[in-house]
Unconditional design. Structure first.
Length: 200
């Protein structure tokens, strides 16, 4: 992922792909920690970004142009909440919170544990105790029971978990599995994709 920082420099990040949105495949979803100051800062400075997606086995790559949105826990405030999905009857905040919870539940225990850790890339490295959570099972708080320490840790981690939502507006597809290679440009206009062949 690449965009422009406030300083005018280019930012580069490697993002872990979670899934396409079932209701609208123009939306790609990535995990984001609310306390990830590097990535969060770059998105806040410019939510418009480009993604490069390489597929070496099929010999093709995609260059995507679009905009990032942040679906955070209801207790968090973000400047770029995702838009309403036309195919859903739910309001945007409700729809994306449901989607965020679904993706959180789908993470494995080790991936969930990372959301208890300090912000990535910060120097100096935090003390070992900050990384003691190595696995975190998914759990739902029972209102009839007293909250235990494990549930508190889970809830704090889940509040730190955001969906980084990317809405694609342009796609350049380059297929080099054959010779000569093929390049196709797809542009979204009035909710319809317009495709054109381009020089390889």
């Amino acid at each position: 992922m690449s965009n422009i920082k406030r300083s005018g420099d280019a930012s580069m990040h490697c993002l872990q792909f979670l899934s396409f949105l079932d209701d609208d495949p123009r939306f790609l979803q990535f995990p984001l920690a609310m306390n990830d100051n590097l990535l969060m800062g770059d998105i806040k400075s410019d939510p418009n970004a480009r993604l490069s997606w390489t597929m070496p086995k099929t010999k093709e790559y995609y260059k995507l142009t679009g905009k990032f949105y942040i679906a955070s826990a209801p207790i968090q405030v973000t400047r770029f909440p995702p838009p309403r999905i036309p195919s859903s009857d739910l309001v945007a905040a409700e729809f994306w919170e449901k989607e965020r919870q679904k993706q959180w539940k789908g993470l494995n225990d080790k991936a969930r544990a990372v959301f208890t850790w300090p912000s990535r890339g910060e120097v100096p490295r935090a003390d070992r105790v900050a990384f003691t959570c190595q696995a975190l099972k998914h759990s739902v708080a029972d209102k009839n029971k007293k909250t235990d320490e494990a549930q508190v840790v889970h809830d704090i981690a889940m509040d730190n978990f955001c969906l980084l939502v990317y809405k694609v507006s342009d796609v350049e597809h380059f297929d080099y599995s054959s010779y000569p290679p093929r390049r196709t440009v797809h542009t979204l206009k009035d909710n319809r994709w317009i495709s054109k062949e381009a020089n390889p």
